[in-house]
Ligand binder design. Structure first.
Ligand code: SAM
Length: 286
């Protein structure tokens, strides 16, 4: 288990404002709009109990609480937890690590893990975070897990006219190890290929897996058009395509964020749990 807690807390406390990120650029606005739409489609009806792991300052937790969900937020960064506790509506929140949740087994109808996977560099840690989400969710409940696409950074730099020199070298390096160089921006982080995210979710035990591309294949067009005469029209088109091609397997990886979702298996009377090989369910689409 790698401990990057200090780096993550320092980044979000002293160097970056997470609470305004989703409004700052077209990519973030598409991310927020589509994430809320997908959660609305996927989550059980309110007043279901939802655990928001890596919930940050509470943007999604507040939307869900306002819609009538019983929400609790967990985050590694104390200032994020303080913002969630002080928000309107206030959200119940606690500082903790996604790999060791201070929650009982099966206490939630749905669990979100929208952020921690980016910051966990080792596969074993990422699988452990997904396993913890499954543990705290009741059988038949839903788990939603976000990853950043391997290609998000280079696509962003190209769309905004910044892909030169060391950023091309970084794009090449990313193809081999998936690890973000913090000197380019963000923290050290892991950026997924689609099959890796599928493998990690399956290994953790999620059933009936579906992966959505959050921003859709035209988010880079919205970035390139920002501030120009076509900005609103291109943004609307990008949003429509994000909806239309949301779980189209051949386009999912063009999004900046990947959203994997699945169900917690119900234990049959003769279920041998981890000893049984994972079986493909008929509803699975990736
Ligand atoms: C990019 S923010 C995402 C916030 C929000 N969930 C969203 O999707 O907009 C990533 C969040 O994950 C949190 N985080 C990172 N590693 C974590 C871990 N191991 N356990 C819990 N939270 C973690 C960070 O503190 C941060 O608030």
């Amino acid at each position: 288990m790698t401990d990057s807690t200090g780096e993550i807390v320092d980044y979000y406390t002293a160097r970056f404002r997470e609470d305004t990120r989703l409004q700052a650029r077209p990519q973030g606005r598409l991310e927020q709009l589509r994430t809320i739409e997908l959660l609305t489609e996927l989550l059980p009806e309110p007043p279901a109990r939802v655990l928001d792991v890596g919930g940050g300052p509470g943007v999604y937790a507040r939307v869900l609480a306002s819609a009538g969900y019983q929400v609790r937020l967990v985050d590694l960064v104390p200032s994020h937890v303080a913002q969630a506790l002080a928000g309107d509506p206030a959200v119940d929140a606690v500082v903790a690590d996604a790999r060791a949740l201070p929650e009982p087994d099966g206490g939630y109808d749905a669990t979100l893990v929208l952020g921690p996977l980016y910051h966990l560099l080792e596969r074993g840690d990422r699988v452990q975070a997904i396993r913890e989400a499954i543990r705290v969710t009741r059988p038949g409940g839903r788990v939603v897990v976000a990853a950043i696409s391997r290609f998000a950074g280079p696509l962003d730099f190209a769309a905004t006219g910044r892909l030169r020199g060391e950023l091309i070298d970084e794009a090449r390096a990313l193809l081999t190890d998936g690890v973000n160089d913090a000197r380019i921006g963000f923290t050290r982080a892991y950026f997924h290929r689609l099959p890796e995210l599928v493998d990690e979710c399956r290994t953790a035990g999620l059933a009936e897996l579906v992966v959505h591309g959050v921003e859709g294949p035209a988010w880079t067009a919205a970035e390139a058009a920002a501030g120009g005469p076509l900005a609103d029209a291109v943004f609307s088109g990008a949003l429509e395509l994000a909806r239309l091609f949301s779980s189209e397997p051949t386009l999912v990886a063009a999004s900046s964020h990947l959203l994997a979702t699945g169900l917690v298996r119900r234990r049959a009377a003769n279920d041998l749990g981890e000893q049984q090989p994972w079986k493909q369910r008929s509803g699975e689409r990736i």
